[in-house]
Design a protein around this ligand. Structure first.
Ligand SMILES: NC(=O)c1ccc[n+]([C@@H]2O[C@H](COP(=O)([O-])OP(=O)(O)OC[C@H]3O[C@@H](n4cnc5c(N)ncnc54)[C@H](O)[C@@H]3O)[C@@H](O)[C@H]2O)c1
Length: 360
């Protein structure tokens, strides 16, 4: 079993990489999982994997049940959290019991948040099944829900006790969701690891054809980058903010379009926008922007989108919860593998970047 240790003192945990669920019982034993478990999943993943995981765990003696909420970002809300907490009560979960989050980032964020508040906090395990959740959201302990159109505005930091990644689950993932996940994967290379970026460039055929070995390697390197950043700055007081590269413009585009594009598609556009600003400032070179665009295109990203007027996108940026003392925070690229944080990007620069990613 390939594994990675996330070193967060008392909140440390392992990330396990596999191509099946077979080793899950052993891994649960290692973390002294209690007998009583609740698998929290969404209505799509329930039919795909919840039965297999439930049977596996029941087969080795766990008292395990399944609760599914309706799939989709539109259901990432407090009502769903109350549903999960209600299922915890109905199934008799106590302080020692554990929640297993099975699904994409929505399942992980919500099951994790329910685990953070149920009986003032119980342990949980992440079993991510989308590329986005396997490369990003399952690691780092950010949990939460949306409210009144503001993404992840309610939440808690609550680290999982284990992350178990079965890359084979990606075989049932719709193509568009896979491409969306690649947005965060490519982002990790750009912000921290030029060697990983090269790996993505050289292995695009194998990644896109879901070659198991390449997917495992990609998952490990991704989680390694995310874990290293989180280890330095668990609660986002500094370095962790570099993970928001592509997200200032990306989130605004996502909201302004009413979630018509996926999160990853918007992050792709947001990364181009950030690059464009840096190139115009002379702090990154145009050739690197072209290279990043070629990689994005290779992985199926549209480089331009039909966008609403720049004023509308700008007004959504102003609602960004990552603003600090009224100033928008941007992560700008310096070169592949290195970015910088700044809050001095002007309105004119932002409008220029929005125009750049707009389909004319
Ligand atoms: N906590 C964090 O640090 C963090 C980081 C990035 C993103 N996020 C959050 O993650 C969420 C997005 O995650 P996502 O893209 O995984 O979305 P998602 O959880 O909605 O999953 C996308 C779709 O794929 C389906 N699905 C999941 N696994 C599948 C599989 N193996 N086969 C077939 N279908 C499958 C789901 O049912 C859903 O319809 C957002 O809410 C975002 O805010 C959190």
């Amino acid at each position: 079993m390939d594994r990675l240790f996330v070193d967060l003192g008392n909140n440390s945990y392992d990330i396990c990489f596999s191509d099946s669920f077979g080793s899950l019982p052993d891994e649960l034993k290692k973390i002294n999982a209690p007998k009583k478990l609740l698998i929290v999943t969404d209505s799509n993943v329930k039919g795909l994997y919840a039965g297999e995981v439930e049977n596996l765990l029941r087969g080795v003696g766990y008292d395990c049940s399944v609760y599914a909420f309706p799939a989709g970002e539109q259901n990432k809300n407090m009502e769903a959290i109350l549903g999960i907490c209600g299922a915890c009560i109905e199934n008799g979960l106590d302080r020692k019991s554990m929640i297993i989050a099975l699904g994409g980032g929505v399942a992980g964020d919500m099951a994790g948040f329910a685990a953070a508040i149920y009986m003032r906090g119980i342990r949980f395990v992440q079993i991510p099944t989308t590329l986005l959740s396997q490369s990003d959201s399952s690691v780092g302990g950010k949990t939460g829900v949306d409210l009144m159109g503001s993404k992840n505005i309610l939440g808690a930091f609550h680290q999982p006790s284990l992350v178990y990644i079965n890359v084979s689950t990606l075989k049932t993932l719709p193509e568009r969701e896979f491409v969306s996940g690649m947005g965060e994967v490519i982002k990790h290379g750009i912000i921290r690891d030029a060697e990983f970026y090269r790996f993505l460039k050289e292995n695009s055929d194998k990644v896109r054809s879901l070659d198991t070995e390449v997917l495992m390697e990609m998952a490990k390197r991704n989680c390694g980058i995310k874990a290293a950043v989180v280890e330095c700055d668990e609660k986002e007081n500094g370095l962790r903010a570099i993970l928001n590269f592509g997200h200032t413009a990306g989130h605004a585009v996502e909201s302004a379009l009413g979630f018509e594009l996926t999160h990853g598609e918007c992050v792709g556009l947001g990364m181009e926008a950030a690059f464009y600003i840096a190139v115009k400032r002379g702090t990154a070179d145009a050739e690197t922007l072209r290279d990043v665009e070629a990689v994005l295109a290779e992985y199926g990203f549209a480089l331009k989108a039909k966008l609403p007027p720049a004023e509308k996108i700008y007004s959504f940026m102003q609602k960004d919860k990552k603003k600090s003392e009224g100033k928008l925070k941007f992560v700008l690229p310096v070169r592949i593998g290195e970015v910088m944080q700044t809050s001095d990007v002007s309105e004119a620069e932002i409008f220029g970047a929005i125009e750049y990613i707009s389909e004319q």
